[in-house]
Design a protein around this ligand. Structure first.
Ligand code: PLP
Length: 396
């Protein structure tokens, strides 16, 4: 059967030119296409496969849970052991203030739930968000996105959302007694990996305390060791009021979460009752997979050599046609002069068996976010292939 043709005909598309590779197997850092060609996954499904693909412990956890029970009832009504066990484990590894987990289906839904919780808790509607931020594609989350091109066709969106430059002091001054929440990525992903200036997040934290504003940190892409610590916020000396997780949270299964203090989270139980509800959020198979994945990450100390690997990226991604390389742990954005150059380099990388992509708001930057278990040797080989791809494109 020609799946390519059927894919183009019957599966809804999101761009006029999808990559349209057909993969039939994935294991560790590799994906294999229908012709048996091996690819190094340099983006881990957009930071999902942090522990690699099809890890045996995760596969067994999925199989065991699927055989015991799958969906029973809407979220939050029955005690489902996999959910409880994973919530307990996550909170064990988070600061004590973040001790209540609301599991969702996706990152976007975690964003939606967190915004609702902030409005419910403060009775306010003003939200501060950032240019070049991405928090999901649903209409509430889209309202937070700091980019007109992607929003214009879908207006009207949420009112009372104000955007500022990431790292700007204007954002701090804008937090006032009318602000429900400020939402930002601890490391901004789709601008091409932007770290905030030293001390900035602490000033935001302080201003939030002064004004009764909730601080929401989105670590949907930055979480689970990607930046060199389990949670990126650990490196900035702040604890959010609400933490957003997704992507690697489910170990390859769909799962998101917003995590807050229990007292805050309890507000969703009354006025109105059922303040946020979901049928599949915290699916037992997803929770079993996510917990197994977190165990694998921790048992294998996968966060520990992330900074060494970051140094390898910086050392080996050197070329006269690379304008800049920004990194945050095992996560890099390689900047070229144009989208056209980047697109060609990506194409050459794929031809050489490397899966990569660009960033939503930085189309001239090539994305590197491999599974954390990539070895230093494999990483050097991947960097060498990228350099070869650049040579091929830029000497043509
Ligand atoms: N927040 C960030 C930082 C993301 O990168 C994403 C997805 O790319 C989301 C939120 C939305 O997550 P999902 O695609 O699971 O809805």
């Amino acid at each position: 059967m020609n799946y390519r043709q059927l894919f183009l005909q019957h599966v809804a598309q999101t761009s006029p030119g999808p990559i349209a590779l057909e993969m039939v197997k994935a294991s560790g850092i590799y994906q294999y296409d229908v012709n048996g060609k091996e690819y190094v996954d340099l983006i881990a499904g957009f930071s999902v496969a942090n522990i690699g693909h099809s890890n045996q412990r995760v596969v067994e956890a999925v199989q065991k849970q699927a055989a015991e029970f799958m969906h029973l009832i809407v979220y939050g009504e029955f005690i489902e052991a996999p959910q409880v066990a994973y919530a307990k484990m996550l909170t064990d590894y988070l600061p004590p203030a973040l001790n209540s987990v609301y599991f969702t289906n996706s990152g976007a839904e975690a964003t939606e739930g967190a915004m609702k919780l902030a409005k419910r808790a403060t009775g306010r509607s003003k939200i501060i968000a950032f240019n070049k931020s991405y928090h999901g594609s649903t209409q509430g989350a889209l309202s937070l996105m700091g980019d007109e091109y992607f929003k214009n066709a879908f207006r009207p969106l949420l009112p009372d959302v104000y955007h500022f430059d990431y790292g700007s002091s204007a954002a701090i001054h804008a937090i006032d007694n009318h602000t429900a929440c400020i939402i930002l990525e601890t490391v901004q992903a789709e601008s091409g990996i932007t770290k905030s200036p030293p001390g900035w997040l602490q000033l935001i934290r302080q201003r939030c305390i002064e004004t009764g504003t909730l601080l929401i940190l989105d670590e949907i892409q930055a979480g689970f060791g990607r930046t060199g610590s389990l949670w990126a916020f650990e490196q900035y000396g702040v604890v959010p009021d609400i933490l957003l997780l997704g992507k690697a949270l489910g170990g390859g299964m769909p799962l998101g979460a917003f995590i807050a203090g229990r007292q805050l989270m309890q507000l969703l139980t009354h006025d109105p009752v059922l303040g946020h509800i979901t049928t599949f959020g915290g699916h037992p198979v997803s929770c079993a997979a996510g917990k197994a994945a977190l165990e694998v990450l921790l048992d294998n100390k996968m966060c520990e050599d992330v900074l060494q690997k970051e140094a390898i990226l910086k050392q080996h991604l050197v070329h006269t046609d690379i304008i800049n390389v920004t990194t945050a742990g095992l996560w890099a954005a390689v900047e070229f002069d144009s989208f056209e150059t980047n697109r060609k380099v990506i194409h050459q990388c794929i031809a050489r068996g490397l899966i990569t992509d660009w960033f939503l708001f930085a189309p001239n930057r090539l994305r590197i976010a491999p599974p954390l278990l990539i070895t230093e040797k494999q990483l050097v080989e991947a960097c060498n292939k990228i350099i070869e791809a650049i040579d091929e494109v830029c000497s043509a």
